[in-house]
Design a protein around this ligand. Sequence first.
Ligand code: BTN
Length: 253
Amino acid sequence: EVEVKTRYIGHEVKCFDEVDSTNNVAKRMAEDGAPEGTVVIARTQSRGRGRRGKPWISPQGGIWMSIILRPEVHPSTAPLLTLVTGVAVARTLKEECGLDVGIKWPNDILIGDKKVCGILTEAHARFNTLEYVVVGVGIDTNVDISHFPEDLREGATSIKNELQRDIKSSELISRFLKNFEDVYDSFKEGKMDEILREWRRMSKTIGRRVEIRKQLGEVVRGEAIGINSEGALILELDDGTLRKVISGECIHL
Ligand code: BTN
């Protein structure tokens, strides 16, 4: 039921009632040789995965999907695909819902200051060559956040909660795939600086005081002043020194 307006993204769409995780299904399909642009969508996920091994609640009404990509780029640039995807989701939600959409580094799409979408990028490299990347996108569209467990409800919202009505998921998916293809094409053409400019414009992190929780419990606090061409966040610490952070959980203070 998803109308395809793209050249190659979503020309193969596999829809399921329930899967463990669309990222897992997409990975298996990629291993079996599925072409670039193959999209996996499920109505519900029994074991949806978030970043850092956190579970991702995926009830009926949300958009749970994964895209298989095979870009011919160095594996070290795969994390940029999270920013590429973030720009495409933010553009789509802005155009379709007219909401105060923004991006929290590195990969959360916010409405106001609440999270409405998460992105999970998983790359598979072999002999230092990128074989495929699975980009997973979870958007809380027609779901009611008040039914979520309390700890996950905090800081989260859905399009339904914001607009007080349901939206047409198939329409949103089809617009997203078009936007995704446009931004992803720019990425492959080496125009990452253009994408980063759009990312910065939509960023709700830059200019704010943030706390980054890194692996092993390290915490860095400072003002987010920019992102560099690798997609790393640049912080100005309290003593005025600059610090580059490649990954971690970002909290807006
Ligand atoms: C995060 O913000 O922690 C990332 C959440 C990613 C959720 C999506 S839903 C579709 C795809 N399948 C998964 O199991 N996870 C991603």
